[in-house]
Design a binder for this molecule. Structure first.
Ligand code: FA5
Length: 351
């Protein structure tokens, strides 16, 4: 019995002195393990009488319970201490300075849209708008492309799965030209309108994206001719690119809504990785243009015997690419910060 008392006292002391959870496990094993102190003691009572055995056994169980209870209490204290230590080590120092973050900037296309809109107003053009979801009538029929007109297949159109109304099926507009009709119907000539907006076509490669932006302009007056169109486009593009010697090529072309029609290409070269205008052998198609077809004027309630007009439509991503040297249009829509910085669209270039 004395031996049990001593064993209990020495174990409790050991537990009290223990300073880590790992050591608690070792102590547990040293007391209760197969060759532990209590197990060793119990092995030695085999020679005692049955009565003594019962007495010592009962006492040994009481000692086991006391030690176990102390071990658990000490474990809880040590667990709390370890948690406190961990929390202290991981605490956040709110007084530390924050990490450097680069200020945001306007998307290059937003900049181009602002520049183009500013230029248009200096030429006396007023902004007009139309919906991204158009009907077949405004996108095609009113622009001199009746049902089954072969020119409709030139635009790979995304149709919307809704029922048609008196203006036909719904679609994602394939160009900004439907705004011409909407603007003419809402106003009395003479007028000068421009529009800027998203258009959609089932196209995808380095120079074609399924969604892109166009600028459209329309001028209607009683004495407007192709020479006005040429003068305007040349002046507008030279100012936009900041290149007074920019050369343009008006290639005869076909659009159902203009007659005569032209595609407008501009001349550029790449010298030491930089784009220069007005020399070299490279040409980029930038837009379409022409004199507004009399049927289109009629769709807009404008009398073609009194008025004539010119119209011009241009891809803004192509303009931005030439101005900022971006070879692949898809980058504009991938929200990649490294791409943006690579082309110099970072805070340093922000005006
Ligand atoms: C048209 O969309 C006519 N509505 C333009 C027009 C307006 C002609 C008024 C006459 C009068 P076109 O399909 O060629 O035309 O497209 C015009 C320009 O949009 C192209 O020159 C090109 O710069 C740009 N473009 C066309 N498809 C894509 C595309 N998938 N991705 C990026 N830019 C494109």
């Amino acid at each position: 019995m004395h031996e049990l008392d001593r064993l209990q006292a020495s174990c409790l002391l050991e537990i009290e002195d223990c300073d880590s959870l790992r050591k608690i496990d070792l102590i547990k094993n040293a007391i209760f393990g197969k060759n532990g102190k209590l197990s060793g003691f119990l092995k030695n009572i085999k020679g005692l009488s049955d009565e003594k055995k019962r007495e010592v056994g009962a006492r040994a169980n009481a000692v086991r319970a006391v030690i176990q209870e102390r071990l658990e209490a000490r474990s809880r204290v040590l667990e709390m201490a370890e948690l406190d230590k961990k929390l202290a080590a991981e605490s956040v120092d709110v007084t530390l300075p924050s990490r450097f973050s680069q200020p945001g900037t306007l998307h290059p296309l937003t900049k181009v849209i602002e520049e183009v809109a500013g230029l248009m107003s200096t030429y006396g053009f007023v902004f007009a708008d139309g919906p991204d979801i158009e009907s077949e009538y405004y996108n095609f029929a009113a622009l001199n492309m009746p049902d089954h007109h072969p020119a409709r297949t030139m635009h790979d159109t995304f149709y919307i799965n809704t029922s048609a109304d008196d203006k036909g099926r719904k679609l994602l507009r394939t160009h900004t030209s439907p705004v011409q009709i909407r603007a003419m119907l809402a106003n009395q000539p003479p007028f000068r309108f421009f529009s800027i907006g998203r258009v959609f076509r089932s196209d995808y490669d380095a120079t074609h994206t399924p969604m892109f932006n166009q600028i459209e302009c329309l001028m209607v007056d009683d004495n407007v001719g192709f020479s006005n169109l040429k003068w305007f486009i040349s002046g507008f593009l030279r100012k936009f690119f900041g290149a007074p010697n920019l050369q343009l090529r008006f290639r005869p072309s076909f659009f159902p809504f203009t007659e005569p029609s032209a595609e407008v290409d501009l001349n550029y070269d790449v010298v030491n990785g930089k784009i220069v205008f007005g020399s070299g052998q490279r040409w980029m198609e930038i837009g379409g243009a022409g004199m507004v077809h009399p049927n289109v004027l009629e769709s807009g309630n404008v009398d073609p015997s009194k008025y004539r007009g010119f119209a011009f439509g241009c891809g803004l991503e192509r303009m931005a690419s030439l101005k900022y040297g971006v070879p692949d249009l898809r980058g504009y829509f991938e929200s990649n910060e490294r791409w943006r910085n690579n082309f110099g669209f970072n805070h340093a270039t922000r005006e």
